[in-house]
Design a protein around this ligand. Structure first.
Ligand SMILES: *[C@@H]1O[C@H](CO)[C@@H](O)[C@H](O)[C@H]1NC(C)=O
Ligand SMILES: *[C@@H]1O[C@H](CO)[C@@H](O)[C@H](O)[C@H]1NC(C)=O
Ligand SMILES: *[C@@H]1O[C@H](CO)[C@@H](O)[C@H](O)[C@H]1NC(C)=O
Ligand SMILES: *[C@@H]1O[C@H](CO)[C@@H](O)[C@H](O)[C@H]1NC(C)=O
Ligand SMILES: *[C@@H]1O[C@H](CO)[C@@H](O)[C@H](O)[C@H]1NC(C)=O
Ligand SMILES: *[C@@H]1O[C@H](CO)[C@@H](O)[C@H](O)[C@H]1NC(C)=O
Ligand SMILES: *[C@@H]1O[C@H](CO)[C@@H](O)[C@H](O)[C@H]1NC(C)=O
Ligand SMILES: *[C@@H]1O[C@H](CO)[C@@H](O)[C@H](O)[C@H]1NC(C)=O
Ligand SMILES: *[C@@H]1O[C@H](CO)[C@@H](O)[C@H](O)[C@H]1NC(C)=O
Ligand SMILES: *[C@@H]1O[C@H](CO)[C@@H](O)[C@H](O)[C@H]1NC(C)=O
Ligand SMILES: *[C@@H]1O[C@H](CO)[C@@H](O)[C@H](O)[C@H]1NC(C)=O
Ligand SMILES: *[C@@H]1O[C@H](CO)[C@@H](O)[C@H](O)[C@H]1NC(C)=O
Length: 551
């Protein structure tokens, strides 16, 4: 008896310390398996279909079958899916396997067992009831739940960790001290912790997925958004993953099926946000309008797609590969909420079960077609924002994007010729700068020319934005070749792009930027400063943002 108590104390201690450790992993959005050779679906046993745990007597009264013998066996990784109604209880056994963790966490003195689960409901659940998962290495929990550890779902999510010590048997084989983990799942009264009676909440069912694994939390959530809204127009939106740049991940092996978005109407997102915003299962089960799930990333981008669809686009950056989601077919002046999910597993072998859910993002479509969202251009490849709609190419974004690109290309052509006359690709001591090359200069100039010839358009007002009459644009090329449909506001280019050409290009060009002290009017009529503290875009930036000047 004393020994049992002592073990419980040790357990509690281990549980706490490990809880802290794996929470750290969750916070960084990576599964514990990343980079490890653990997950291999081919060796995963299939889940044996569960049988009922409820028996009925002669009067038709239902009883919970408390014998563990007939309960279901939970297989490593593959989650159990089940529905419960008030008064019902599910019982499971998980076989603790010393061998199954040998690839990853070598079981030198203990075996970690991760429990994680999702509620899959999409309607309101009663507030005074919680779904509890009780587990222990002793099957007495089937009769006395208080002899085990109970955890409940919160925001549709459950996680826990338990540890089975290992022992060395007589023939010096390593085995787990405990062979089985017993698990009971049951809706209970939140206040009293008592089981419900079968008459409570008729018609309400608690649908859940539960996974037990010696390798990982099959279900995870992340408090960060990991999804940025780049821009929207009247009926489309462009979103990008990986808003933070410094991810420790080898993106050359990026698997484009790893991320998916689920777009909800604002009203339908409220039910998710209230109760299930940590549940991948609920988000996949819910009444979403459109999802990228199953769509293949393609280089054939259809800017003009009209139906409700999410195109996946993958673009390589310097250090990272970003995944873009181009959502089309939306209604104007409407709020939407997007949830991002991430699959777990190794690239090429991602698991269809489980996954990570990130904090949602919301966006609103524009009221009219003053601005048009364009992206994935050939020359100005960093353009991924709304531009003034042309009265010449109304309803055809493909032609609109081409018209803007033609302006940028022709302006760049003259510069390109000039650059060839400067001795910048010669030996480093004959170059204009030992640090910068012609390529740096060409790249900075391209970004600058794109930003000044393809104005970023908005209908929102802010002291940062410049009003443009449709007949008096930033330059005459836009007046003549675009002929904007309506007056608009321009989000001015960031001054950093001007600084970049001064820094990167030979002084022969004589580039200079307006000065904030001596020529502030000139500066603020043409550029603006980057302000990362605002929740709106203060200026339009393309290219390298590592040296932006905050103002
Ligand atoms: C739970 O019930 C719902 C509604 O009847 C059904 O669609 C779903 O397939 C059930 N899930 C399981 C795991 O039986
Ligand atoms: C389970 O708990 C009961 C009561 O505490 C104890 O008598 C029994 O030996 C335990 N069984 C195992 C397998 O530890
Ligand atoms: C110990 O391991 C050996 C080799 O794997 C095996 O043959 C033997 O049956 C094991 N002994 C026990 C008691 O499990
Ligand atoms: C839960 O317990 C409280 C306090 O005993 C009681 O008022 C409430 O009706 C119970 N709810 C259910 C669904 O049993
Ligand atoms: C990324 O993975 C590729 C392919 O496996 C490999 O060639 C490359 O060296 C890796 N890069 C880094 C930085 O680990
Ligand atoms: C959203 O819900 C509000 C309040 O219930 C309702 O007034 C509004 O019409 C709903 N909007 C849509 C688009 O269903
Ligand atoms: C961005 O600029 C920094 C500092 O000049 C440089 O170290 C880095 O390589 C640049 N990144 C790209 C993608 O050019
Ligand atoms: C690219 O990765 C390198 C090495 O991790 C890092 O030093 C550099 O700052 C990164 N560049 C950018 C633009 O993030
Ligand atoms: C657009 O509005 C119509 C009519 O209100 C509605 O039926 C449809 O679901 C909406 N579509 C989207 C994508 O919001
Ligand atoms: C996926 O797993 C299978 C079985 O382990 C393996 O043969 C295959 O090479 C893996 N594919 C990738 C892309 O890692
Ligand atoms: C879920 O909702 C809660 C409460 O509104 C919020 O604190 C949390 O950030 C939301 N998102 C996640 C992923 O938990
Ligand atoms: C846009 O114009 C091009 C070229 O005339 C044409 O092929 C394409 O079908 C047009 N797209 C739409 C949506 O009208």
């Amino acid at each position: 008896m004393l020994l049992v108590q002592l073990l419980l104390v040790v357990f509690t201690f281990l549980r706490l310390s490990y809880t802290w450790e794996y929470n750290e992993h969750i916070k960084h959005g990576s599964s514990l398996m990343d980079g490890r050779d653990i997950f291999d679906p081919l060796i995963m046993p299939n889940y044996v279909k569960r049988e009922t745990n409820h028996i009925y007597d002669e009067e038709g009264q239902m009883h919970i079958q408390n014998s563990i013998i007939d309960s279901d066996n939970i297989a490593e990784w593959t989650p159990i899916a089940s529905n419960l109604t008030a008064g019902q209880k599910d019982l499971y056994v998980f076989t603790v396997n010393t061998g199954s963790t040998s690839n990853g966490f070598s079981p030198t003195y203990e075996i970690l067992i991760f429990l994680s689960g999702n509620l899959c409901n999409v309607q309101d659940l009663p507030e005074d009831v919680e779904l509890y998962v009780t587990y222990a290495f002793n099957d007495t929990i089937t009769e006395d739940p208080s002899s085990g550890i109970s955890v409940s779902f919160s925001y549709g999510y459950l996680e826990s960790l338990t540890v089975s010590p290992i022992q060395t048997d007589t023939s010096s084989n390593i085995t787990s001290l405990y062979s089985y983990l017993y698990v009971a799942v049951e809706p209970r009264n939140k206040t009293t912790g008592q089981s419900l009676s079968t008459d409570d909440y008729p018609g309400t069912r608690w649908e859940y997925h539960l996974s037990i694994s010696e390798n990982d939390l099959v279900y995870q959530w992340d408090y960060r958004t990991w999804l940025d809204i780049l821009d929207t127009d009247e009926n489309s939106a462009l979103l990008i993953t990986g808003a933070e740049s410094n991810v420790a991940y080898n993106f050359t092996i990026h698997d484009t099926s790893i991320y998916d978005i689920y777009v909800y109407s604002y009203n339908d997102s409220l039910i998710i946000d209230g109760q299930f915003n940590r549940s991948v299962c609920a988000i996949k089960n819910g009444n979403y309008l459109v999802s990228s799930n199953g769509n293949v990333a393609s280089s054939d981008i259809q800017l003009d797609k009209k139906d409700l669809f999410v195109q996946k686009i993958v673009k390589d950056g310097a250090n990272s590969t970003n995944e873009y989601f181009y959502v089309t077919g939306l209604n104007h002046s409407t709020s939407y909420v997007a949830y991002l999910t991430k699959k777990i597993g190794k690239s090429g072998n991602l698991s269809d079960v489980g996954g990570i859910i990130f904090e949602h993002v919301s966006f609103q479509t524009k009221d009219d077609n003053t601005c048009s969202l364009i992206h994935s251009l050939g020359f100005c490849s960093d353009v991924a924002y709304s531009v003034p709609t042309s009265s010449l190419y109304l309803g055809n974004k493909t032609l609109l994007a081409e018209a803007y690109e033609n302006i940028s290309r022709s302006l760049y052509a003259n510069f390109s010729k000039a650059l060839q006359l400067i001795p910048c690709d010669t030996e480093s001591d004959a170059r204009y700068s030992p640090l910068r090359t012609c390529d740096d200069c060409a790249e900075s100039y391209r970004n600058w020319i794109c930003s000044v010839s393809i104005p970023r358009c908005t209908t929102g007002t802010s002291s940062y934005y410049m009003f443009r009459n449709k007949n008096e644009n930033r330059n005459s090329y836009i007046d003549d070749n675009i002929k904007p449909l309506r007056n608009y506001f321009e989000i001015l280019p960031c001054i950093d792009m001007c600084y970049a050409i001064v820094r990167d290009c030979p002084s022969d060009f004589g580039f200079s930027c307006p000065d904030v002290d001596t020529t502030p009017d000139l500066l603020f009529n043409s550029y603006n400063f980057y302000n990362g503290n605002r929740d709106f875009v203060s200026c339009n930036l393309m290219g390298n943002d590592t040296e932006t000047v905050n103002f």
